[in-house]
Design a protein around this ligand. Structure first.
Ligand SMILES: [Zn+2]
Length: 168
C-alpha cells in the first residue's frame, strides 16, 4: 500500500532515522556527500562496540566537547546499541543521554559522529534532520576529532550536493 502524503511528510520530519529516510527517499545531500568522501575521511573503522565505546569516551572527556555540549545541554553520557542486522544507524537523545544504534557498517568514526550529531542536535534544540543545524554540529565534531582535512573534505562535498542551500 502506498504511503499516504501526510505520513510521508511526517517520516521526512523524523529524518534522523535512516530507516524513515530510506523509506521515503533514497536521496539526501548529506548521504551523497558522505558517499563521495575520501576513504581517509571516515577515520578509524572499528570491529566491536567496545572499541567504539572506548573512542567515544575520549570524545566525551574532551574539554572542547565538554564546554560546547555537555555543560550547555545537560549531557551526562552516551549509550551504544548493537544494530547488527539492521540497515539503519540512528542517533537519539533521551534524559541526558545520547543513544546511538550502530550496525556494523556504521562503526567508523565519521558515521559515529554523524549519529552523535543527531543526538546533540536534539539535545540542544537544533534538530532539523540533515539541514543547517545538524550540519553545523557535524562539521564542528569532524573538525575537532578527525581534523581539518576531514572537515574540509566533508564541507566541499556538502557544497557540491547541497543544491537548495539547506545544509550550509
Ligand atoms: Zn542522519
Amino acid at each position: 500500500m502506498p504511503m499516504p502524503v501526510m505520513a510521508e511528510a511526517k517520516a521526512k520530519s523524523m529524518s534522523w532515522y535512516w530507516r524513515a529516510e530510506y523509506a521515503v527517499s533514497n536521496w539526501c545531500a548529506v548521504y551523497s556527500a558522505e558517499e563521495w568522501l575520501k576513504p581517509t575521511t571516515f577515520g578509524v573503522k572499528y570491529k566491536t562496540l567496545e572499541e567504539v565505546d572506548s573512542w567515544l569516551t575520549t570524545v566525551f572527556d574532551d574539554s572542547w566537547f565538554e564546554g560546547r555540549f555537555r555543560e550547555a545541554c545537560d549531557l551526562y553520557g552516551f549509550t551504544l546499541h548493537d544494530g547488527r542486522g539492521s540497515r539503519c544507524a540512528t542517533g537519539d537523545y533521551k534524559y541526558g543521554f545520547c543513544h546511538l544504534t550502530l550496525p556494523r557498517f556504521a562503526r567508523n568514526q565519521l558515521i559515529v559522529l554523524h549519529e552523535l550529531s543527531h543526538a546533540l542536535a536534539i539535545a540542544s534544540g537544533n534538530h532539523d534532520g540533515h539541514k543547517r543545524g545538524f550540519c553545523r554540529i557535524y562539521l564542528s565534531l569532524v573538525g575537532n576529532f578527525l581534523g581539518h582535512a576531514a572537515s574540509a573534505d566533508l564541507r566541499l562535498n556538502l557544497k557540491t550536493f547541497d543544491h537548495d542551500g539547506a545544509c550550509l
